[in-house]
Ligand binder design. Structure first.
Ligand SMILES: [Zn+2]
Length: 285
């Protein structure tokens, strides 16, 4: 009998200790979740910016970048209306990665250092705050207002494309792995944001040298300058078929459907050569 009493007591103690640890874990995770939700926010009409207090100094400037981006898109596509959205500014890459891990459903995903923006949905733009670029994205540092404007316009084009897709109940861009569709989506964002303008001459030269078939343009997505080359490709589509065609292509999900909408004739190379000539002529004027 006497022997049983201490055993019962130690069992009780064990339960108490385990219960205590469990409670600490619960409290800690609640604290972490609340910390994560601890955003400051500022609304600007139909968009809201969420940020950490350390980024308060750039929030108003970001609202201006967003307004300019919306204007640029509605200049490119007249009568465009972008639906309400939120822009999240992440104060460091660790926080930025945490949201990308959730979106990509990959627990250990670590974004590459060049990645500073992501817009996989139709109502949120995620940006790594430029206040952290010196440490977390050194290749973008020092940055100019121009480069940040281009980044915001680029992400806004993805947002708009996701909204168009949603209206047609189609797959969001994040689920698409088809290189032609990705090349078109990224190329359009690069084109409207004007991100290839500094490289244009070299790009035109490389296009003029290659023999690129329109029906296999998806391979551009494997090239070193893939973003800029795809931007040039979308420029070719616009030049040849007009913006209405671009809008039609923005909701495509498979390269076969996409290519069936355009003429397969191999004149992308020709476009490169012609544009290069005009471009060089302009430079010499
Ligand atoms: Zn992009």
């Amino acid at each position: 009998m006497i022997l049983f009493v201490p055993t019962r007591k130690s069992k009780k103690n064990k339960i108490l200790i385990l219960g205590g640890i469990f409670l600490i874990i619960i409290l800690f995770s609640t604290y972490t979740i609340l910390q994560n939700l601890n955003w400051s926010k500022k609304s600007y009409g139909y968009f809201t910016i969420y940020f950490d207090t350390g980024d308060t100094n750039i929030v108003d400037t970001f609202s201006m970048y967003s307004s300019v981006a919306i204007k640029q898109i509605s200049t490119y596509f007249p009568q465009t209306k972008i639906a309400d959205f939120s822009l999240y500014l992440y104060s460091d890459r660790k926080k930025f990665n945490r949201v990308l891990q959730k979106l990509k459903r990959k627990q250990n995903y670590k974004s590459p250092q060049w990645l500073v923006g992501s817009t996989p949905n139709s109502d949120k733009i995620h940006i790594l705050s430029p206040n952290s670029w010196e440490k977390d994205a050194p290749m973008h540092y020092p940055y100019s207002r121009d480069s940040i404007q281009m980044l915001i316009t680029h992400e806004m084009v993805h947002l708009y494309q996701n909204q168009l897709r949603l209206n047609h109940s189609l797959t969001p861009l994040i689920k698409i792995r088809d290189p032609s569709i990705i090349c078109f989506a990224e190329g359009l964002a690069v084109l409207i944001a004007g991100q290839y303008k500094y490289k244009k001459k070299n790009l035109l030269k490389s296009i003029a040298r290659k023999d690129i078939e329109v029906s296999t343009f998806g391979y551009l997505w494997n090239e070193r300058d893939r973003y800029a080359l795809c931007g040039l490709f979308v420029g070719y589509i616009e030049n040849k078929y007009g913006k209405e065609k671009i809008k039609e292509l923005m909701i495509m999900t498979k390269s076969d459907d996409f290519i069936s909408k355009i003429n397969k004739r191999n004149d992308f190379t020709l476009y490169g050569r012609k544009t290069l000539l005009t471009y060089e002529k302009k430079l010499h004027e």
